[in-house]
Structure formats: C-alpha cells, structure tokens
Design a protein around this ligand. Structure first.
Ligand code: URA
Length: 210
C-alpha cells in the first residue's frame, strides 16, 4: 500500500493513521461532516467490528457506535461476554453522510464509490491490527471488507476465510436494521439472531466475567 489522499507517507501505526485520517479529503463527505470518526480500540485487538458509517451522534462525538445502533451493539457484546475495550471498532466509511432536513440530519447510505475510496483506511486498519476475526455489521461493511458486493442472505453467520493471511470474516446484520423493524416480534427475533452471531466472536476476544 502506498500513501493516500495527498499524504506523503503511509502511516506506520494506528495512531499515525488516526492523525492522518483527521485531514482526509479523498471524497467529498469530509466537508459537511463535523469530523473524521476513525476506528477505536487496542492496536493489537484480535477482533475488528466494522459498521457502515458514523451516524449523527458519532459525528458529533467523534467516536464510533455511541448512538442508538451503538446501544444495541453494546448490548450484544455484553450478552456475549465481550469487553468492548478489548475490540477494535470502526466503520467502512469514516465520515457521516446525511441529508439536511430542517434542523435534523438524516442518515444517507454511502455509495459504493465512497465505500471504495474509504476502503484504503479500512485495509490499513486491517493490515496494522492484523486481527484473527473481522465482524462485518451489515452488507456495506461486508462489501468494504471483501471488496465486492455480497448479500446478507448468502453470507450471514458463516466464517469466511479472507485471502492473504489467517483472518476470518463473520457477516451479520447492522444493529440499525433491527431498530428499523416496525413489528416488535420481528424485532425481538432479529435481536436474538444478531446476539447469536455476535456471540460467535467471543472465542476470538478476551472475555469478561459474566
Ligand atoms: N452506524 C454505524 O454503522 N456506525 C456507527 O458508528 C454508528 C451507527
């Protein structure tokens, strides 16, 4: 991998990557966003969780998964006995993409072009952290990790060998998908299935005592 986005050297560690990414203008999403929301967690984490992109609250706070989807994510981790502080949590796209609607900012799905551009950062995070497992939360994250479009239906809950190393990929749904389901029964069912997927990650992470 070469340097990227106008920078003259490729970051050598995750702190340098985070610092450079603060100034990334490789796609137009940086401009309306408050800040880059880079991944967080130990540089030697054995699991990376990948979401789609920061939401409204993440954009303001500068941290991934701190809003409503983050609450479901945290509950799934707690249910699995996984300590979030032991995992590296990031997103396929590092800036919040939104449509302004009055005073509100409505989440807008990143295009595959934006995912492709931002993939440089995700690949770098993967290279520097060298995890045993990557958990893709949703189809956008799965596409970003694999470099091609896949469906949740075809890939969900399977352990997929990633080329170039001994990292595996586990694909599950995005927690925001569960929150969007109008039927409470479907929501409860999907929540259980999501928790079950997330529990599969626990073999790869130091566990907390339950
Ligand atoms: N949704 C995501 O995909 N990532 C976040 O950080 C928050 C919401």
């Amino acid at each position: 991998m070469e340097a990227f986005g106008g920078f003259n050297r490729k970051p050598e560690d995750i702190e340098e990557a985070r610092e450079q990414a603060k100034h990334c203008k490789a796609c137009p999403l940086w401009e309306p966003a408050t800040q880059t929301v880079f991944g967080e967690g130990p540089a030697d984490a054995s699991v990376i969780f990948v979401g789609e992109q920061p939401g409204d609250q993440e954009d303001l706070a500068g941290h991934p998964f701190v809003g409503p989807a983050g609450k479901v994510f945290n509950e799934a981790l707690a249910n699995a006995g996984i300590d979030r502080a032991q995992a590296y949590v990031t997103n396929a796209v590092k800036h919040f993409k939104f449509e302004p609607r009055g005073k509100r900012r409505i989440h807008s799905k990143p295009s595959m072009g934006e995912v492709k551009v931002c993939r440089w950062w995700l690949e770098l995070e993967r290279e520097l952290i060298a995890p045993k497992l990557i958990v893709a939360l949703g189809a956008t994250a799965a596409a970003a990790v694999l470099g091609r479009t896949v469906t949740i239906r075809d890939t969900r809950s399977k352990l997929i060998d990633l080329p170039g190393g001994d990292t595996k990929l586990l694909v599950t749904v995005h927690p925001a998908y569960i929150l969007r389901l109008p039927d409470p029964e479907a929501q409860a069912r999907e929540r259980e299935a999501f928790f079950a997927d997330m529990a599969r990650a626990k073999d790869y992470v130091p566990q907390i005592a339950l």
